[in-house]
Design a protein around this ligand. Structure first.
Ligand code: C2O
Ligand code: CU
Length: 471
């Protein structure tokens, strides 16, 4: 299959047939607040096999793995400060866990087998309970065999609403995914193919938004939508451009910007989120579009056909969302550690440590390992750093590979340290381009062993992971 959605931009809107209809995501599921200590959760998430019409109607339905039979999984929507409580019951024929990506929580709820909890076996269950400290756009996915489990469809959005909703006409979650499909719209079972492991990851050939390739939402001309964009793809970096709408970026990876910023292009690496206020500029009976701009083509990811005008006057610039209370950074006293990324095609690893042994390139490749952090492929016995609660750590990341990597830190948000100590926005996942050097800083908050890994999940599988111990 190829990316089938109609091509766009530069006046390519000739073939528009978007109907006036509401094609929504799975309906929100709001678990009840936990009372006392850990009652049985009302919300149950069951990953298991399902068959869904992901491809256009002239293709067969696709066998996927899905939470509660839906792709993406149910949208979990709660208020900031609420107690979150969910039971995972494993309907797969292999072990799994759930990781709540970007959520600050105790290590025992982080979903990493080995560091946080035991794997949940087929038929088994595990209860997750934590307080939602931050408002924002988050998501959940398995943290076992994730290069396969996520790519087969296991992921869903977790939305935490601010106490006071911003002034908008609609709040819309757009989960972007990228599938590698066969000619009969089945998920290609080439998981762990060496070419993907050693190059840009498992890039797909079919893009969906909320599980569809023709996601459309009817809006009023002049409406302001809050779009919550989530990239659940395991490798694809989306570059999104608007047509006939203005995009104000208000939050990255769940954390509000101090000042909303108009952007002409949004770059969304794997696992990243962007919240934008989208002001629809298309006239009535027109259409605003969000398109993905690829090297070889661009295609529509979301269409907003317009009805009558929403209001007489346009809204003023959106206000910043209320900030979440993140721990301050102390750059001056911060300890510094270096993280050198090596490996991959075009820059092969000559040797690295793996499972306690120094190995040459051949032996590493045989073991499916193509990447290393500081000369170590896969998890090391010792952490990248030990930090005390309250201590700020600066990590210098040097990407010596020929590929971009989406580095994700569990349990904490960080800021990039730019020239002259200027700090970038808070994030939990940062794209580090090929050949680039970046520095990030965070203040340790929760004791535990927190993973720090590439969210191009084939890269993680092939060695790009480490961990930080907070004591
Ligand atoms: Cu979104 Cu370690 O993961
Ligand atoms: Cu990577």
């Amino acid at each position: 299959m190829t990316l089938t959605r109609r091509s766009v931009l530069a006046g390519g809107a000739a073939c528009l047939v978007a109907p006036w209809q509401w094609l929504g995501a799975a309906s929100p599921v709001a678990p009840q607040a936990a009372r006392g200590t850990a009652p049985a959760p009302d919300l149950v998430l069951t990953p298991g096999p399902a068959t869904l019409q992901l491809a256009p109607p002239d293709y067969p339905a696709t066998d996927v793995w899905a939470y509660n039979g839906a792709v993406p999984g149910p949208e979990l929507r709660l208020k900031q400060g609420a107690e979150f409580s969910a039971r995972l019951t494993n309907g797969l024929s292999q072990d799994t866990t759930i990781h709540w990506h970007g959520v600050r929580l105790p290590i025992g709820m982080d979903g990493v087998p080995g560091a946080s909890q035991a794997p949940v076996q087929p038929g088994g269950s595990f209860d997750y309970h934590f307080t939602l400290r931050d408002a924002g756009t988050f998501w959940y996915h398995p943290h076992m065999a994730s290069a396969e489990q996520v790519a087969r469809g296991l992921s869903g959005p977790l939305i935490v609403e601010e106490a006071d909703a911003p002034d908008i006409d609609a709040d819309v979650t757009l989960v972007l995914d990228d599938w590698r499909m066969t000619e009969t719209a089945q998920i290609h079972d080439s998981f762990g193919a060496f070419h993907d492991l050693s190059h840009a990851g498992r890039l797909g050939n079919y893009v969906t938004v909320n599980g569809r390739d023709d996601w459309t939402r009817a809006v009023h001309s002049g409406a302001r939508l809050r779009l919550r964009l989530v990239n659940t793809a395991t490798a694809r970096v989306f570059r999104l451009r608007p047509r006939d709408m203005v995009l104000w970026v208000v939050a990255l990876d769940g954390m509000p910007l101090e000042t909303p910023q108009i952007m002409d292009e949004l770059v969304l690496g794997p696992a990243q989120r962007i919240d934008v206020m989208a002001d629809i500029q298309a006239d009535p009976n027109g259409e605003a579009l969000l398109a993905s701009v690829e090297r070889d083509a661009s295609f529509v990811v979301a269409a907003f056909p317009t009805g009558p005008k929403a209001r007489a006057a346009a809204r003023p610039a959106p206000r910043a969302l209320p900030p979440n209370a993140l721990p301050a950074l102390d750059l001056k006293r911060a300890r510094k550690v270096a993280l050198v990324m090596d490996g991959g095609a075009m820059r092969g690893l000559s040797s690295a440590r793996y499972k306690g042994q120094q190995m040459d390139m051949r032996a590493l490749a045989t073991a499916g390992q193509f990447w290393a952090f500081n000369g170590q492929a896969g998890m090391s016995d010792a952490p990248l750093a030990d930090v005390a609660v309250g201590e700020t750590l600066r990590i210098g990341i040097e990407n010596r590979t020929a590929f971009a990597h989406a580095q994700h830190l569990h349990g904490h948000h960080f800021r990039a340290v730019e020239a002259e100590g200027h700090l970038g926005p808070w994030r939990d996942t940062i794209l580090v381009a090929q050949g680039e050097t970046r520095e990030i800083a965070f203040t340790a908050e929760e004791p535990g062993d927190w993973m720090f890994h590439c969210h191009m999940l084939s890269h993680q599988m092939a060695g790009m992971m480490t961990w930080i111990r907070v004591i």
